[in-house]
Design a binder for this molecule. Structure first.
Ligand SMILES: Cc1ncc(COP(=O)(O)O)c(C=O)c1O
Length: 472
């Protein structure tokens, strides 16, 4: 008899996904071995008191992910075999700051603690499908590129439904739709390089945009981070400078820019004409308070390029984001975007416009805020329980915990343990250019985790890596 425990709470995963995840977990852990047959779907459905459809769907998913194979008439057999042990990368020396690109591998069934992964388990798939079908009702539109700055309806919907919650009032002509903020940062780098030459950023931090600007010949200048956000005390601002900020939630430390720093930065922008690049990648997910209004809504608005993304509310691979800037700059970037790729996928834009128009997006966001809040609280409790020397601040929002350890060497041990157990975890070397810097933290992305699975993992870490006196 397979040991499966289902949760029927409001925020739990759909039953078929819980079944699929628990079976795949047992396969990975060697509790179900190559060649073994899963119980017939009818029998498991009876045992779990769920509909047979849920079990069939779970089995289909297991086959799709190549854990199992279904033989007509014989049943569903486990076909997963453990790969020989690869030595885990070293978080301190495997710095990938020099890499031209990183590959986000799909590890079938492995638990992902990557902070960039939104939960795909709670996506309203049938509403997504209906919205997509509505787009396909008008196939004529599929041959037209439309405006290079983006689908006008989508830009209007962003102005009406998304930007006001950040205090931003914009017209669609000030909005540029891009295939993700990464791409948006490249367009900006290419467009303003006559006037701007130096890119300032906080380190450790999210360095992908700095890498993009350096590709186009910009000088890079890093600034220290402290509890108030980026420390600009050593900054001698000039009008050739771009200052990159994640004001609500500097990644990965989850630092919110203090009011004092915020005013200082607004002054820099107004008086010294520093251009601010505001990366507002996850402020939709604030749980305990409302985020500050965006810098783009302040007196410095004219000096701010605002960036938003659909990667967190929908999913990472949707590749859709938007920039808000003055209309002249939007036109320039749109012209470049047209030359590079004939604009952003029209099909995708129409689909997301459908999600916004029909309230699917806002319902999903409201639900996910609740789901993520629960996950954050569960994760905080688990980390406190099983990693007794972990030091962290409970973030008011966002989708990750930034955790340090009191015991020397513990970060390294935990990182190695996770990677050698098929658990995806961010390489913290990516957050600094300093190849000698010691990464003494771990970033735990909790959006896409299954809490039960995570508890089992942390329990095992507790038993393996903590001495008897530290243990529960
Ligand atoms: C700090 C930060 N900015 C921006 C992004 C979004 O990038 P994109 O819209 O290209 O997915 C991410 C995604 O993980 C991020 O972590």
């Amino acid at each position: 008899m397979i040991d499966i425990h289902l949760s029927h709470s409001a925020t739990a995963l759909p039953l078929y996904q819980q079944i699929e995840q628990q079976i795949s977990w047992q396969v990975i852990k060697g509790r179900l071995n190559y060649g073994e047959y899963l119980p017939p779907s009818r029998e498991l459905a009876r045992q779990l008191r769920v509909s047979r459809g849920s079990v069939v769907r779970a089995y289909e998913a297991l086959c799709m992910k190549e854990y199992c194979h279904s033989h007509t008439g014989r049943g569903t057999m486990v076909i997963y075999r453990e790969k020989p042990n690869a030595s885990p990368p070293d978080p301190v020396t495997s710095l990938s700051s020099q890499l031209p690109h990183a590959v986000d591998k799909f590890l079938p069934g492995g638990l992902s603690l990557l902070p960039s992964h939104a939960s795909t388990a709670h996506l309203p798939v049938s509403e997504f499908r209906q919205a997509f079908n509505r787009v396909l009702r008008y196939p004529d539109r599929l041959n037209h590129f439309g405006e290079s700055a983006g689908n006008l309806e989508l830009r209007q919907l962003i102005c009406d439904q998304i930007l006001p919650s950040r205090g931003i009032s914009a017209s669609p002509h000030e909005v540029l739709i891009v295939p993700g903020s990464q791409y948006g940062s490249l367009l900006l780098a290419m467009t303003v390089r006559q006037e701007r030459t130096c890119f300032h950023f906080g380190e450790p931090g999210y360095l992908e945009f700095a890498r993009n600007f350096s590709r186009f010949g910009y000088g890079l200048q890093s600034h220290r981070m402290d509890a108030e956000g980026i420390d600009i005390s050593g900054f001698r601002p000039a009008s050739k400078d771009i200052l990159y900020l994640m004001p609500e939630h500097h990644f990965p430390q989850c630092i919110t820019l203090s009011d004092a720093r915020r005013s200082e930065i607004i002054q820099l922008a107004c008086q010294k004409k520093v251009l601010l690049l505001e990366d507002d990648y996850d402020s939709e997910f604030y749980f305990d308070k409302v985020p500050h209004p965006a810098l783009r809504s302040t007196a410095a608005a004219a000096q701010v390029i605002y960036m938003g993304t659909f990667s967190k509310v929908l999913f990472n691979n949707v590749r859709l984001g938007y920039l808000v800037a003055d209309r002249h700059l939007v036109q320039q970037m749109a012209a470049l975007h047209w030359s590079l790729s004939r604009g952003t996928s029209g099909l995708l834009q129409q689909w997301v416009a459908e999600l916004l128009k029909n309230g699917i997006y806002s319902r999903h966001l409201r639900r996910m805020r609740m789901v993520y809040r629960h996950k954050r609280d569960d994760m905080v409790n688990l980390v406190r329980k099983y990693l007794p020397d972990a030091k962290f601040t409970v973030p008011p929002g966002g989708l990750q915990l930034y955790v340090r350890f009191i015991q020397p060497g513990k970060t390294h041990q935990i990182y190695n343990w996770l990677t050698s157990n098929n658990i995806q975890v961010a390489d913290t070397g990516n957050y600094t250019f300093d190849t000698n810097a010691k990464s003494d933290f771990i970033v735990i992305g909790f959006a896409n985790i299954d809490v039960n699975e995570c508890e089992t993992v942390l329990q095992r870490i507790n038993q393996t890596l903590y001495s008897v006196s530290d243990r529960l």
